[in-house]
Design a protein around this ligand. Structure first.
Ligand code: ATP
Ligand code: MG
Length: 304
């Protein structure tokens, strides 16, 4: 990509007391991409986000937003950022519309047209005159999203935005995020510890553990995935004889093994097993999920 990054983190570290919470973290995010920020509890996601939005200063390293160093020109840099860290701050007894008007007064240059525009972006036209206390959690999240977008940020940061949403709510919110990224060319960074959710929502994922970037993953579209490598689970007997025939690495599972292989290799292996008189009770295939890769990268370890 040759576009100028929206955000650049250069060797960011955060030390609190004698504990290094963030350790030499570097990454870049680009316009129009929805990026997942994935890591187990305590990995340092919220800490990183707090530094990007200026709620906390890094111990060392540099953060640039639209090429502007937030340490040198804070106001100018932070103008490009919209964020929902924890829950959106909303007044329950005010209408959705008045919440937006109230918020718009606190930031420069938000026009009435822009208010209408963000309402439409998050699909709240029909309910915007009603009080926020009558909103579902999903609608509140969308109103929070509208609020964070009012000043046309180049970067939108959401820390665990789908916490508490049901699967339908997650899907709906995800569709709105994607739409916003496409429509406004905004770069969206979404943190989560839910792999499945990130996989569905994002173009790319940054994986952190113990404050370090330990992986980066481009998420392909579903069709591409289904033509790629698959994980195939074989239920066989005797298992040890079967695995001795394998040329690639395998994962032992109950009553069999799992291997990552393409279509042709499956046929070849079945022939081999049959020729060796090994009983095959079941063959199941599944597409390799982000979870598999996440566990491969992190070695299945948790922190803290
Ligand atoms: N103010 C603080 N003082 C001391 N330690 C802190 C402070 N803030 C965070 N930590 C520690 O830094 C580590 C990273 O915390 P952080 O909240 O960034 O993780 P996270 O990835 O957001 O986790 P979660 O998924 O649980 O939200 C944790 O070990 C946490 O205990
Ligand atoms: Mg957190």
């Amino acid at each position: 990509m040759t576009k100028q990054p929206v955000v650049q983190l250069e060797n960011i570290s955060k030390v609190i007391g004698n504990k290094t919470i963030i350790d030499q973290l570097s990454f870049e995010l680009y316009p129009g991409e929805v990026v997942g920020f994935l890591g187990p509890n305590g990995a340092g996601k919220t800490t990183t986000i707090r530094m990007i939005v200026g709620l906390m200063a890094p111990t060392s390293g540099k953060i640039l937003i639209e090429g502007i160093d937030i340490d040198q020109e804070f106001e100018k840099a932070i103008r490009h950022v919209g964020a929902i860290v924890e829950n959106p701050e909303l007044y329950k007894y005010m209408s959705g519309y008045n919440n937006l008007v109230h918020y718009a007064r606190m930031v420069d240059g938000v026009t009435d047209e822009r208010i209408e525009e963000v309402i439409e972006l998050v699909g709240l036209q029909n309910r915007i005159e009603q009080k926020v206390k009558t909103y579902s959690l999903g609608m509140r999240q969308r109103l929070g999203l509208a609020q964070a977008l009012l000043h046309k940020p180049r970067l939108l940061i959401l820390d665990e935005p789908t916490n508490g949403l049901d699967p339908a709510g997650i899907r709906e919110f995800r569709d709105y995020l994607r739409y916003v990224a496409d429509q406004e060319g905004v770069c969206v960074l979404v943190s989560s510890h839910l792999l499945s959710e990130i996989e569905l929502m994002c173009d790319r994922t940054l994986i952190i553990q113990s404050g370090k970037l330990i992986g980066e993953k481009q998420i392909q579209v579903k069709q591409e995935k289904s033509q790629g490598q698959k994980i195939v689970r074989f239920e066989v007997s005797p298992v040890d004889k079967a695995v001795s025939l394998l040329s690639s690495t395998y994962q032992a599972v109950s009553d069999g093994f799992e291997v990552e292989m393409g279509r042709e290799a499956v046929a070849a292996l079945v022939q081999k097993l049959v020729a060796e008189n090994i009983q095959i009770y079941a063959i199941e295939t599944r597409v390799k999920s982000l979870e598999d890769e996440f566990l491969e990268i992190t070695g299945g370890k948790s922190v803290d």
